[in-house]
Each structure stands twice: as C-alpha cells, then as structure tokens.
Design a protein around this ligand. Structure first.
Ligand code: MG
Ligand code: MG
Length: 264
C-alpha cells in the first residue's frame, strides 16, 4: 500500500502571534542599541551584559540567553576572531579597532526574539569594515527569500549567493562559517528546522505565511573552520581571522518578509 507523505511545513504563526513575537523582538532591538551606546574602549563585555539585562528587564521581558543550557550572560559578546557565543567577562576589555558582535534574546509573554549585530569599537581596519558591511548586506539580501511557498534551503541558497556577490561588491574574500546557522523560533529560542547559511535551493520544509526563522549569516575573512574553547561556549576562527555575525528574526507574510527584531 502506498502512502503519500505530506510535504513538511515550517509552523505558521497567526498575525496576533507575530505581533507578540515582534513585541519581544523590539525589546531585543532596543537592547542591542543600548549595548552599542555603552560600548567603547576600556569597557568590559561584562559591563555590557549588565546594560543588556537591565534594558530587557526594564521592558518587562526576561533575558532568554541567561541560564540557557547554563550560559551565564544575557548577551553573547564575541570580539574579533570570536565568531559567536562569547561569554561576557570582566577581563575582556574593549579596545580601539575591535569588531564586537553582540547576540541577544528576549522572552516576552512566552514569545522569543533573537537578533545579533557586529559593530566597530573606534576605528577598524578597512578589510574588517568591508567584512562587517558585507555580512549585514548578506543578511538583508538573504532574508528576501523568506516568502510563502519557498522552501527552507531557498533561504540558505540566497544567503550563499549573496555572499558571493558581496565579495565583488565589498572587495573582500568571504568565508561562510561551517556548521553554524539559523533556526526556527517561537515559544523557545531554538526550534526546528536548522537553517544552513549555504546550500542547494528547493529542499527542506515549505515556508508558509506566518513561518518564522532566525536568519544569521556568520562570515570571516580567512576560514570556514572554527573551534570551541575550553569554556565549551566560545567559538573562534581556527586561523584567528576576524568574524562578523548579523541576525534577525524574520516572518514570511503575504506582504513579504517581516523583520520582527527591528532596531529603530
Ligand atoms: Mg542569536
Ligand atoms: Mg539565533
């Protein structure tokens, strides 16, 4: 007997649920702005973590990262060759020329927003300026594939193609970090499916009206390879090259992609 398997779909949120997710996401956006405003040479990433937690709690939300699988911070703070998951630390003091990546999550009324950006501390080397601009651009280009009817890896493919175009546009060689990517998100931060930042199009579950993904390109100037430090969190580039990380929580709607973690 033959059974027809239904094509899998990424869960759809109602318009009201998307509004609730955006309310959480806007707190993340506000928190990232506050952290950036506080970041300067001589400031530690632990001090930035306090700014983030205060901002999130003042908005009536809870820091999603804090306690997540034992993570101690309300942000991940990743400097230069740290790609993601840097732990806020009093000993990590920012200096002129650092590229700082801040990743943050907030939970409000049971819904989660997740977003990240990289920004300069003082003045960056020109190739790092290009890396960071390219990574933001790749996110904004890639998320255009977040439309109903597309499949999961259409987003992966769009991110990969944008990365290739960004090399010409920004005049640098870019490397897509292997083994890390985006994810479904809703009432918990990390939900199915896992979203690769590269790959062939037309595969995986179907994106519906109301499907939500956290889309997060991670690019480096030298390698696709990474290692996890002894703290079991900090992910660094294997060759010490600088990495950038940009992320938005994005819904597919009839009107096109809707960014739920805007930073106004
Ligand atoms: Mg994140
Ligand atoms: Mg994420």
């Amino acid at each position: 007997m033959a059974f027809r398997r239904r094509t899998k779909r990424i869960p759809a949120r109602t318009p009201g649920e998307l509004d609730a997710m955006q309310a959480a996401g806007e707190i993340v956006g506000k928190t990232l702005q506050a952290v950036r405003a506080a970041a300067a040479p001589g400031v530690s990433t632990l001090e930035l973590d306090a700014v983030a937690e205060q901002t999130i709690r003042a908005a009536g939300a809870t820091p999603t990262f804090k306690g997540y699988e034992g993570f101690p911070g309300s942000i991940c703070s990743s400097v230069n060759d740290v790609i993601v998951h840097g732990i806020p630390d009093a000993k990590t003091v920012l200096a002129n020329g650092d590229l700082l990546s801040i990743d943050c999550g907030a939970t409000l009324d049971g819904w989660v927003g997740d977003s990240a950006w990289s920004f300069p501390i003082g003045e960056l080397d020109l190739d790092v300026v290009a890396l960071n601009a390219a990574t933001e651009w790749v996110l904004m280009e890639g998320l255009q594939a977040m439309v109903p009817g597309n499949r999961l890896t259409d987003v992966s493919h769009a991110l990969e193609q944008a990365t290739y175009r960004a090399e010409d546009k920004f005049g640098v060689s870019l490397y897509i970090v292997d083994g890390y990517g985006g994810h479904g998100i809703g009432r918990t931060m990390h939900e199915e499916p896992y979203l690769e930042n590269e790959g062939k199009p037309g595969r995986g579950p179907v994106i519906q009206e109301g499907s939500v993904l956290a889309i997060e390109p991670m690019l480096t100037l030298g390698t696709v390879d990474s290692a996890v430090l002894e703290d079991d969190w900090t992910v660094v580039t294997l060759d010490g090259s600088v990495a950038a990380h940009w992320e938005h929580t994005v819904a597919a709607t009839a009107d096109g992609p809707r960014i739920l973690t805007r930073r106004y």
